[in-house]
Design a protein around this ligand. Structure first.
Ligand code: UTP
Length: 312
């Protein structure tokens, strides 16, 4: 008997960017939070680059009203390119090309911001009958951490859905989707100590009702069955169609859902404080900026402690 065809490697990523970004008002009245610059490039560019590094070369953005500048950013800019070419400014020309060359980017609209689950549902025709990744457009994972690659490996081994988890502590869990997991870690060739089978999920539970302090963060690898689960999911918390609720439905239907616990660097750039931390840390680590910025930052921090003169 011929052996079954192995599943095709995942090549598609979906990036929902249709949310209203109320935590970052007033900037987000006019600028999508996903385009706020982290040093000199939009948060979203880091995320598309992360998808491409993980082998996901086809990227669908789920956009909405007031998000037209996102399409512009991933489009060619012939006048700008001609001007830079005329000046012989190859470095800036290369930086302009980065956003258009990194992946094949497609767009679909979510007519109304009815929740993350509803945003993901808009990707059904693009995805078809394959597993796919979802990367939230305001959730930055440091390029040195290989979370998405690990999640794809877990999905290839176990099938079903794989979600990224972060231990945020009991005091913070009510701001996130929380999960219940089996006590024992899952063993398998692709998995490490930090992979658990998920047995329950709940969106933003009160702290005393949370099943654990493990929060769902913005990376998912999902099977195509998730679309039917979303269609059957009524509006939940905040009147929105929650992806968390659809994932619970998969668990209840017996579809394996695994969680990879992440312990690397991650920033929620839709949150002002986390955004500031991302900008400072990435700027310090940049070869072109760090050598000048880090000494200034040290002086500034010393000044905050009352130990130095205020730097220029
Ligand atoms: P958030 O929970 O951060 O919501 O969405 P938000 O509306 O964007 O921002 P705040 O909380 O009001 O500040 C998580 C991700 O899901 C997308 C967002 O763009 C973000 O990437 N999203 C959310 C959608 O695409 N559509 C929605 O209806 C809701």
């Amino acid at each position: 008997m011929p052996s079954p065809t192995p599943p095709r490697p995942t090549t598609k990523a979906v990036i929902p960017v249709a949310g209203m970004g109320t935590r970052f008002l007033p900037a987000t009245k006019a600028v999508p939070k996903e385009l706020l610059p982290v040093v000199d490039r939009p948060a979203l560019q880091y995320i598309v680059e992360e998808a491409a590094r993980a082998g996901l070369g086809e990227v669908l953005m789920v956009t909405g009203r007031n998000k037209g500048t996102i399409e512009d950013f991933f489009d060619r800019t012939p006048e700008l390119e001609t001007a830079l070419e005329a000046k012989g400014d190859q470095a800036r020309l290369a930086s302009v090309h980065e956003s258009t060359d990194v992946a094949q980017v497609f767009f679909v609209r979510q007519g109304e911001a009815r929740g993350l689950g509803h945003a993901v549902l808009q990707a059904a025709a693009f995805v078809g009958d394959e597993a796919f990744a979802v990367l939230l457009g305001d959730d930055l994972i440091d390029a040195r951490d290989h979370l998405l690659e690990q999640m794809l490996a877990v999905q290839a081994e176990h099938g079903g859905a794989v979600i990224a988890l972060l231990d945020v502590g009991a005091e913070n869990i009510s701001k996130y989707g929380a999960v219940a997991v089996e006590d024992a870690t899952v063993s398998g060739e692709a998995t490490g100590d930090d992979v658990f089978r998920v047995t329950g999920l709940v969106e933003k539970p009160p702290a005393d009702e949370a099943p654990s302090s493990l929060a769902i963060i913005g990376r998912y690898v999902l099977p195509p069955e998730v679309f039917e689960a979303i269609r059957q999911t009524p509006p939940g918390r905040g009147g929105e169609i929650q992806l968390t609720d659809a994932l619970l439905r998969l668990v209840e239907d017996g579809v394996p859902v695994h969680g990879v616990v992440f312990s690397g660097r991650r920033y929620d750039t839709g949150d002002k404080l986390d955004y500031l931390k991302a900008v400072v840390r990435l700027a310090v680590e940049r070869e072109d900026l760090g050598p000048a910025f880090a000494p200034w930052l040290r002086e500034f921090a010393a000044d905050l402690d009352g130990k130095g003169a205020s730097p220029a």
